[in-house]
Design a protein around this ligand. Structure first.
Ligand SMILES: *[C@@H]1O[C@H](CO)[C@@H](O)[C@H](O)[C@H]1NC(C)=O
Ligand SMILES: *[C@@H]1O[C@H](CO)[C@@H](O)[C@H](O)[C@H]1NC(C)=O
Ligand SMILES: *[C@@H]1O[C@H](CO)[C@@H](O)[C@H](O)[C@H]1NC(C)=O
Ligand SMILES: *[C@@H]1O[C@H](CO)[C@@H](O)[C@H](O)[C@H]1NC(C)=O
Ligand SMILES: *[C@@H]1O[C@H](CO)[C@@H](O)[C@H](O)[C@H]1NC(C)=O
Ligand SMILES: *[C@@H]1O[C@H](CO)[C@@H](O)[C@H](O)[C@H]1NC(C)=O
Ligand SMILES: *[C@@H]1O[C@H](CO)[C@@H](O)[C@H](O)[C@H]1NC(C)=O
Ligand SMILES: *[C@@H]1O[C@H](CO)[C@@H](O)[C@H](O)[C@H]1NC(C)=O
Ligand SMILES: *[C@@H]1O[C@H](CO)[C@@H](O)[C@H](O)[C@H]1NC(C)=O
Ligand SMILES: *[C@@H]1O[C@H](CO)[C@@H](O)[C@H](O)[C@H]1NC(C)=O
Ligand SMILES: *[C@@H]1O[C@H](CO)[C@@H](O)[C@H](O)[C@H]1NC(C)=O
Length: 288
C-alpha cells in the first residue's frame, strides 16, 4: 500500500469535521441579509421578508417576497400589485412603498386611476398615511372648501378635483365624476397639497406610503433583541423559529445574552479535528 492512499481518509475526516462545524449557524446567518445591494440602495432583509434565490424559504413568509428587478429596483407584490420598496423599518414594522406605474414619466397628473389596495391579512396602513382622492371628469362644478380644483385633462375635459382624507367620498361627487382614484400618500406629502395648494400628484406619490406589517412582531422583537435571527418552522408559516448565534433554535424565542456558544463549538471542533489528524499521523509514523 502506497502512503498516498492513507492521506485520503485523513483528508476526508478533516473535511467532514470542518464542514459539520461550519454548518452550525447557517440559519442564523442566512436569515439576516444585511447590506443587500439593489440598484443605488442597500437594504437589510430579515423576517418576515425574504429574497427567493438568496435566502431559504424558512427565513420569511409568503406574501413578503422581495425581488431585485433588473439589478435596479427592489419590488414586492401586495394584493397582486407590484410596488417599489423605498425602505423597510424593522423598529416600527413599516414598509414604505411606491407604485411605479403612478410616478413613471414626469407628469404632474395621474396617468392611471387606481385605488390603493393593501392585503389586510398582512398589512395595515401606517399611522402617517392619508388618502388622496382624485375626482375626474365631473359633470358639475363643486365648491366645497376641502376640494382642490385642478386642471388635469387626462381623463376627459370636464372638472377635476383632489381631496385629502377626512373627506367622505360624498355621493354627489361619486355620482357626478366618472372616474375616481384613491391613492395612499404620506402625511408630509398630503400637507403640501393642503397648505401650498400644490397639485402635483407625481411628487406626492413619489414619497410613498407606509404598510405596517404585524406578522411575528412580538416574538421576533424578543428574538432579535436577544441576539437571534427570526425565521419560521419550514412548511409552517405560523410557527416561529428563533435562530441563535451558536446554531441552536431557541424554543422560547430568546437566545441567552451571555451566550458564547459559537466560540465553544468552534474550539471544540478544532480540537477534535486536530486530535484526529494527529492520530492519523501517529498511525502513519508507526507504519513507515
Ligand atoms: C448590480 O449592480 C451593481 C452596481 O450597482 C454591480 O456592482 C453588480 O455587479 C450588479 N450585479 C449584477 C448581477 O448585475
Ligand atoms: C409579482 O407578480 C407578477 C405577476 O403578477 C410576477 O411576475 C412577479 O414575479 C411577482 N413578484 C414577486 C416579487 O413576487
Ligand atoms: C394578477 O395580476 C396579473 C397581471 O399583473 C393578472 O394576469 C392576474 O390575473 C392577477 N391575479 C389575480 C388573482 O388578480
Ligand atoms: C375606487 O374607489 C371609488 C370609491 O370607492 C370607486 O367609486 C371607484 O370606482 C374605484 N376605482 C377603481 C379604479 O376601482
Ligand atoms: C402599526 O400597527 C400597530 C398595531 O396594529 C400600531 O400599534 C402601530 O402604531 C402602527 N405603526 C405605525 C407606524 O403606523
Ligand atoms: C383610505 O381609503 C381606503 C379605502 O379606499 C381605506 O381602507 C383606508 O382606511 C383609508 N386610509 C385612511 C388613512 O383613511
Ligand atoms: C391650470 O393650468 C394653468 C396653465 O395651464 C395654470 O396657470 C394654473 O395654475 C392651473 N391651475 C391649477 C389649479 O392647477
Ligand atoms: C367624461 O364624462 C362624459 C359624460 O359626462 C363621458 O361621456 C366621457 O366618456 C367621460 N370621459 C372619460 C375619459 O371618462
Ligand atoms: C413623504 O413624501 C415626501 C414626498 O412627497 C417625501 O419627501 C418624504 O420623504 C416622505 N416621508 C416619509 C416619512 O416617507
Ligand atoms: C444582522 O447582521 C448585521 C451585520 O452582521 C448586524 O449588524 C445586525 O445586528 C444583524 N441583525 C439582527 C437582527 O440580527
Ligand atoms: C446555544 O444557545 C442557546 C440559547 O442561548 C442555549 O440554550 C444552548 O444551550 C446553547 N447551545 C450550545 C451547544 O452552546
Amino acid at each position: 500500500m502506497k502512503p498516498g492512499y492513507l492521506f485520503l481518509p485523513i483528508f476526508l475526516s478533516f473535511h467532514l469535521l470542518l464542514s459539520r462545524c461550519k454548518a452550525d449557524a447557517v440559519e442564523f446567518a442566512a436569515c439576516n441579509l444585511s447590506q443587500y445591494r439593489c440598484g443605488d440602495n442597500t437594504y437589510n432583509i430579515m423576517f418576515p421578508f425574504r429574497l427567493p434565490g438568496s435566502m431559504p424559504d424558512y427565513c420569511g413568509s409568503e406574501g413578503f417576497d422581495l425581488r431585485c428587478v433588473a439589478n435596479k429596483t427592489l419590488m414586492i407584490n401586495i394584493s397582486n400589485e407590484s410596488y417599489q420598496v423605498k425602505s423597510i423599518d424593522y423598529a416600527t414594522n413599516v414598509l414604505t412603498v411606491v407604485d411605479p406605474d403612478l410616478v413613471s414619466g414626469n407628469q404632474p397628473c395621474p396617468q392611471r386611476l387606481t385605488n390603493t389596495t393593501l392585503d389586510f391579512s398582512l398589512f395595515t396602513y401606517a399611522a402617517f398615511d392619508l388618502n388622496l382622492t382624485f375626482f375626474s371628469n365631473c359633470s358639475s362644478i363643486f365648491t366645497f372648501p376641502w376640494l382642490i380644483p385642478t386642471n388635469c385633462t387626462e381623463f376627459g375635459s370636464n372638472y377635476y378635483y383632489y381631496s385629502v382624507n377626512e373627506t367622505p367620498l360624498i355621493v354627489e361627487l361619486l355620482q357626478s365624476c366618472s372616474s375616481v382614484g384613491v391613492f395612499a400618500i404620506n402625511q408630509t406629502a398630503a400637507s403640501d397639497f393642503l397648505d401650498g395648494g400644490r397639485t402635483n400628484t407625481r411628487d406626492a406619490l413619489q414619497g410613498g406610503f407606509g404598510a405596517n406589517w404585524t406578522l411575528g412582531t412580538e416574538w421576533c422583537g424578543s428574538c432579535q433583541s436577544s441576539g437571534g435571527t427570526c425565521g419560521r418552522v419550514p412548511g409552517d408559516s405560523s410557527k416561529p423559529n428563533c435562530f441563535c448565534p451558536n446554531g441552536t433554535v431557541s424554543s422560547s424565542n430568546e437566545c441567552k445574552q451571555q451566550d458564547h456558544g459559537t466560540k465553544t463549538v468552534t474550539s471544540f471542533c478544532l480540537t477534535l479535528t486536530f486530535s484526529i489528524v494527529t492520530l492519523h499521523l501517529v498511525q502513519l509514523n508507526f507504519i513507515f
